[in-house]
Design a protein around this ligand. Structure first.
Ligand SMILES: *Cc1c(COP(=O)(O)O)cnc(C)c1O
Length: 395
């Protein structure tokens, strides 16, 4: 398989040719059930009619203007996002990493304009993933992503996951804030308990730090509320969103309170494409669906169904599945040591189900939020077949 595309990914030998809802067709003539959703991006499935219609209409009206001009659809999307969250302001980006870059810069700038330019360091967590730019690989702190790319961008202090004492010990005179995914995605679908999130908020208030949530993967309805933090009873100062927010169109956002954003005045940050009319039209269309009465209740109900079925599967295959965990429609199957997650994922694919691997030997299930009960049943049946095949191979 030769290709002129830089080989930074281990791609499948086949391509995806078309998609509809939770299903795709491949170049080798198969129909697959998609429980990876382009890594939590196709939040409303493939080619959702409302998104297609909106994108077509916008494509015939206006694509791009730059941020030198007012963009009405962007103002409308920002208005709706702030009306439904803690935030007062939104900065639009094209990706998750850029939403994190904006968040990191904002946290530093806040302290700089508050008379504390020395406060620029963020406390981050083991197993975190924040993107692939130079700053975000430093924030994520994973050796495999940092190696060979020169000295890590300074300003990040990593502590063990959910270790309250280690966090408090890491706070120093240069600390600007705490950056965390309320549910770790790439790290292996690890939800942070609500009491830990509360503890982080208290620590931030006590030490004058900003609390920054990376909800690039867990946000936009995936856990059953618009953002995962909304189940914890506390609020961040800054939040990065992306992936599901554009439903497949490249879009990210940095949300913030007016206080946290006070240093971000004209000229301090920018993006040529960020928030262009095409992206803003689709972003509004995604929100139309997610904010529809009852949509998030349905996500919660379907998440419960998926969770119950996976729990039964764990009982059926105790030699393969160690744990089922996650939040909402963001579930992780942690494999027993001796079972490799990539092998289970490959076996799922052979049985017609697309899934994604994650750290900590986990297989991730991130179905489109429009998934039906029947499709959940079908997916779990395919995972069951995949587990059975693995078991037979091992025996
Ligand atoms: C995917 C992801 C990112 C990076 O997003 P990109 O769009 O790939 O830049 C950052 N944080 C989390 C939690 C993610 O899952």
């Amino acid at each position: 398989m030769s290709s002129a595309v830089l080989p930074t990914y281990n791609r499948t030998p086949f391509a995806i040719e078309s998609g509809e809802g939770c299903w795709v067709r491949t170049s080798d003539g198969r129909r697959l059930l998609d429980f990876g959703a382009g890594i939590a991006v196709n939040s409303l499935g493939h080619c959702h009619p409302h998104l297609v219609e909106t994108l077509k209409k916008q494509a015939e009206t206006l694509w791009h203007t730059s941020n030198l001009y007012r963009i009405a659809e962007g103002e409308r999307l920002a208005e709706r996002l702030t009306a439904n969250t803690f935030a007062d302001y939104v900065f639009f980006t094209n990706s998750g990493a850029e939403a994190l870059e904006a968040s990191i810069k904002m946290a530093r700038k806040y302290h700089a304009v508050s008379g504390h330019p020395e406060k620029y360091r963020l406390i981050t967590f083991e197993g975190a993933f924040h993107g692939r730019t130079l700053a975000t690989i430093a924030a994520g702190g994973q050796a495999k992503y940092l190696e060979g790319f020169g000295p890590a961008t300074p300003g990040f202090d990593q502590v063990p996951f959910a270790d309250h004492d280690a966090i408090e010990a890491a706070i120093g005179p240069e600390t600007a804030g705490i950056l965390i995914e309320p549910v770790q995605g790439e790290g292996g679908i690890r939800p942070l308990p609500a009491k830990c999130l509360k503890g982080l908020r208290e620590l931030c208030d006590k030490h004058g730090l900003l609390l920054v949530f990376d909800e690039v993967q867990c946000g936009m309805g995936r856990t059953g509320t618009l953002f995962a933090y909304q189940q914890s009873g506390i609020m961040p100062d800054i939040l990065a969103s992306a992936k599901g927010i554009g439903g497949g169109f490249p879009l990210g956002a940095c949300l913030a309170t007016a206080e946290a954003a006070k240093g971000m005045t004209a000229g301090t940050h920018g993006s040529t494409y960020g928030g262009n009319p095409l992206a803003m039209a689709v972003g509004n269309a995604v929100l139309d669906i997610i904010l529809e009465q009852g949509f998030l209740d349905e996500v919660q109900r379907k998440a419960l169904l998926l969770n119950q079925k996976l729990a039964a599967l764990k009982d059926e295959f105790p030699g393969i599945i160690e744990e089922v965990r996650g939040a909402g429609l963001m579930m992780g199957i942690k494999c027993k040591s001796g079972v490799v997650n990539a092998e289970l994922a490959a076996s799922c694919l052979e049985h017609g189900l697309m899934v994604v691997t994650a750290g900590d030997n986990v297989v991730r299930l991130l179905p489109p939020m429009i998934v039906s009960d029947e499709e959940i049943g079908e997916a779990v049946a395919r995972i069951e077949s995949a587990c059975r095949a693995l078991k037979q191979k091992a025996a």
